[in-house]
Design a protein around this ligand. Structure first.
Ligand code: AGP
Length: 349
């Protein structure tokens, strides 16, 4: 097992360090994805179906497709899919996202959907059950993922989704920007020490909040899921504008709040929301651009190249949140590769 970990202490950290390479490998599937897109029949609606981390990747797909192309899109949890099946027809493209290709709820949903609609599966494990059922298959090319917590496979799912959106929307600019991402991802991995310090500071926290808007609302959900899975700390992801409709009542002195604040059209509103939280005594951990002067008085900040605007930020900002969960887990003496009560793939409904 030591040899398989390639010198790393855990599979999870090894898999996080593989992310820059995974981005390159998944981008090399671009031509295949372009070809699949050209084969789609006529559709006027897209429906994503997935569970867990794959569900969060799907949510980013929904934001991207609706905002960049304007095709009505929805995301359904595979375990809730049967309640929505009557709305499917031959003009719906149903996209299943699954790392393992073996998740029971997702397989069941695919069997229902293929009777009425065209289906596409975005899968990591080659030859898995889902790949034998779907009309089209895109492989995420992340390689085997051993750690129960999904990390590199999430990034590769996102790359596939961005490529899909770039080809569906004939968006050359988005395509060009994707090729910058793998270079910039390496920089994030060089600030491990800083994230370790933040992890030490907050390892005794009982609750965490993760706040993001738009494309980064799903990033907030995924950051909170990683925390829950491997540190056993309660974490909640919220859309920035929704706090004042209830959860702001839970903000108290020294509660850690992770604010996702990339540059872009949503910046000002999210900034104001984070100010409201800070004014109520929360300890802020901000992810933002390294030229943002508004962050000067923030002690814990994780800074990115300003080229990474809000559309691209979900691809890279999540890496810091994966590392944060990993190091809190280590600080607490938990084995992040084998969290209690969880299995790598959920093969029962
Ligand atoms: C991710 O960290 C989790 N272990 C879990 O939520 C997972 O994403 C979910 O079970 C879906 O698995 P799949 O992608 O293999 O279908």
């Amino acid at each position: 097992e030591m040899a398989e970990k390639g010198g790393y202490e855990h599979f999870m950290i090894k898999e996080i360090y593989e992310e820059p390479q995974v981005i390159k490998d998944t981008l090399s599937e671009a031509e295949k994805i372009k070809e699949i897109v050209s084969k789609f029949k006529n559709f006027n609606r897209i429906c994503f179906v997935a569970c867990g981390t794959s569900y969060h990747a799907s949510l980013i797909g929904e934001y991207l497709i609706e905002s960049q192309i304007g095709i009505p899109t929805e995301v359904i949890l595979a375990s809730e899919f049967e309640y929505f099946q009557k709305t499917l027809d031959k003009h719906t493209l149903v996209i299943f996202i699954t790392q393992s290709g073996e998740t029971a709820d997702t397989i069941k949903a695919l069997k229902i959907a293929k009777k009425k609609s065209e289906t596409l599966a975005i899968v990591n494990v080659v030859g898995s059950s889902i790949t034998r059922e779907a009309d089209h298959v895109i492989y995420t090319r992340a390689g085997p993922e051993i750690s129960v917590a999904a990390t590199k496979t999430y990034i590769s799912q996102l790359i596939c989704i961005y490529l899909l959106v770039a080809y569906l929307g004939e968006n050359e600019k988005l395509l060009d920007n994707l090729y910058k991402i793998s270079r910039l991802s390496e920089k994030i991995l060089s600030r491990e020490e800083q994230i370790r310090e933040i992890a030490k500071k907050y390892k005794f926290a009982r609750d965490f909040f993760y706040i993001g808007r738009g494309f980064n609302y799903p990033t907030a959900l995924e950051g909170a899921l990683k925390l829950k899975e491997i540190t056993y700390i309660h974490g909640e992801g919220y859309p920035a504008g929704e706090l004042k409709h209830g959860p702001l009542a839970l903000i108290e002195d020294n509660i850690p709040v992770v604010g996702i604040l990339p540059p872009g059209p949503s910046y000002r509103k999210t900034y104001n929301n984070l100010q409201e939280i800070k004014a109520r005594g929360a300890d802020m951990i901000i992810l933002g651009a390294n030229n943002d002067t508004h962050l000067d008085d923030i002690e814990d900040k994780l800074l990115f190249d300003p080229e990474i605007d809000e559309v691209l930020s979900p691809l890279l900002y999540i890496i810091d949140l994966q590392l944060l969960a990993y190091y809190i887990s280590i600080e607490k003496g938990i084995d992040p590769d084998k969290p209690k009560n969880l299995a790598k793939s959920v093969t029962v409904e």
